[in-house]
Design a protein around this ligand. Structure first.
Ligand SMILES: NC(=O)c1ccc[n+]([C@@H]2O[C@H](COP(=O)([O-])OP(=O)(O)OC[C@H]3O[C@@H](n4cnc5c(N)ncnc54)[C@H](O)[C@@H]3O)[C@@H](O)[C@H]2O)c1
Length: 265
């Protein structure tokens, strides 16, 4: 990926930070965008420590003008955008659909789904000028199988899956590939708090995981970066589930007990 430019949203922590570092390790110049300015700068500092190149930008991906400014700025400074990982997201307020506040729905849809539309639209415009590009959107297993108490989140991620597929077939004739990655239970800021607050919930969630543990952000990042890479040149409109096998089947009841605190391999 040397000489190429990669944009990662939600790059201040978790999957986004791990992906920014993974793109940089492969030689790409990384634009690390996030609402959390300090976190984005910390990601770029880590990239620099490892000998890579990056830029940190504070961007609200749900804001149309800010997203336009983000991609216009990349075009002005770098004159190209090769890879984009539209990854920023929030879990939203947990609770049943019956009784959900519309404001909670609106916020989750804006940050998780409308943002992907806004970013994708600008990224594709720039990529189509160069006739090359690869975009990955971060969906979720929750957008495929559903997830009780996270109605707006699941709907937003199902929307990301649909948008990915439509953009993929529209852009494939023009040398631009669009795919998605669908993680489950990854140890990041989003899940660490719920694991600490509610270890019983975490234990129950992981008890069904065939691999017996949560994913590390790096394990999701590797999948996302691979989808962007030339190694995935024939992969178009795919939703790459990275879930330890949970959507295929539950952990067998006679398997060894799951440890919630186990370090990822
Ligand atoms: N952690 C999991 O188990 C899991 C599972 C499936 C999907 N995902 C998805 O992975 C993506 C990354 O999440 P994560 O787990 O790394 O969580 P995280 O909280 O560590 O990272 C999310 C990042 O997005 C940023 N962000 C939030 N709103 C933003 C906005 N409006 N504009 C710009 N940046 C914003 C946050 O500041 C944060 O740095 C999300 O889309 C999430 O839905 C996570």
């Amino acid at each position: 990926m040397a000489g190429r430019v990669a944009l990662v949203t939600g790059a201040a922590s978790g999957i986004g930070r791990a992906s920014a570092l993974a793109f940089a390790r492969r030689g790409a110049t990384v634009i690390a965008a996030d609402l959390n300015r300090d976190g984005a700068h910390e990601t770029v500092a880590r990239i620099a420590e490892a000998g890579g190149t990056g830029e940190a930008l504070r961007v609200d991906v749900a804001d149309e003008d800010q997203v336009r400014g983000l991609v216009t700025g990349i075009a002005e400074r770098h004159d190209r955008l090769d890879f984009a990982l539209n990854n920023a997201g929030i879990s939203g307020t947990a609770g049943p659909v019956a009784g959900m506040h519309k404001a909670d729905w609106d916020t989750t849809i804006a940050v998780n789904l409308t943002s992907v539309f806004l970013c994708l639209r600008q990224e594709l415009e720039l990529m189509s000028r160069q006739g090359f590009g690869a975009v990955v959107n971060t969906a979720s297993v929750a957008g495929i199988t559903g997830n009780a108490t996270l109605g707006a989140y699941a709907a937003s991620k199902a929307g990301v899956v649909g948008l990915t597929k439509v953009a993929a077939i529209e852009q494939a004739p023009y040398g631009i590939r669009v795919n998605a990655v669908a993680p489950v239970f990854t140890v990041t800021g989003m899940t660490e708090k719920s694991m600490a607050d509610n270890p019983e919930w975490a234990r129950a969630a992981l008890a069904a995981e065939p691999v017996g543990r949560a994913a590390s952000p790096e394990e999701i990042a590797e999948a996302a970066v691979w989808l962007c890479s030339d190694a995935a040149s024939y992969v178009v409109g795919h939703v790459l589930v990275v879930d330890g096998g949970i959507t295929v089947g539950r952990r067998p009841p006679d398997a060894p007990p799951v440890r919630v605190d186990r370090e990822p391999a």
